[in-house]
Design a protein around this ligand. Structure first.
Ligand code: AMP
Length: 187
């Protein structure tokens, strides 16, 4: 399965993507995690992306897409993957569609996980990540609404909307059911 996970910050997409990847036995690729790893290791890419991330801005498309293209080439990706946090705007979505089409491949589904704003805020406060300043949180939410939400219309019938409110395992069960993989439900 080649699945995208889309959702606002605090919707639990990272947690759910990790679990889903384990359940499906495919890699979980999070662009945010890859950027943070590069920052942690002090790489050139890390230095390039740091200021964007601190401000809650999107990293430029060409930087992000180059990183995703390289990761998609890896051998462990051949049997499917969960892409978390990419694409985040229409131009990234179109770019990904073309890349997959060139390889005779396509997306299986686009999971959209959402929750009411007050729950998102509660979870953001509890998370305490280095880039979770009040300004960055607001900026990311504004960008999500302006740039990422249009993906729902773009992907049309591929979209599976899942309610992100509830226990982690409960939300995971909803996701597996939405994907038609209730056979993998456990715990
Ligand atoms: P996340 O871990 O998904 O919340 O991403 C953290 C930060 O990484 C975002 O606020 C952006 O600065 C950057 N980022 C992650 N994915 C993308 C993307 N697809 N395009 C541009 N910037 C991204």
């Amino acid at each position: 399965m080649r699945v995208l996970i889309v959702g606002p910050q605090g919707a639990g997409k990272g947690t759910q993507a990790t679990l889903l990847a384990e359940n499906l036995g495919v890699p979980h690729v999070s662009t945010g995690d890859l950027f943070r790893l590069n920052i942690g290791h002090g790489t050139a890419l890390g230095k390039t992306v740091q200021t964007y991330m601190d401000k809650g801005e999107l990293v430029p498309d060409e930087v992000t897409s180059a990183m995703v293209a390289a990761r998609l080439e890896d051998e462990d990706m051949v049997n499917g993957w969960i892409l978390d946090g990419f694409p985040r705007n229409l131009s990234q979505a179109k770019w990904l569609g073309e890349l997959l089409a060139e390889r005779g491949s396509a997306l299986t589904s686009v999971l959209v996980i959402d929750a009411p704003d007050e729950i998102l805020m509660e979870r953001m406060m509890a998370r305490g990540r280095a880039d979770d300043t009040a300004d960055a949180i607001q900026r990311r939410l504004a960008i999500y609404h302006a740039e990422t939400v249009p993906l729902v219309e773009f992907y049309g019938d591929l979209v599976l909307e899942v309610d992100g409110v509830g226990e982690i395992s409960e939300v995971q069960h909803r996701i597996l059911r939405a994907l038609g993989r209730s056979d993998l439900e456990h715990g």
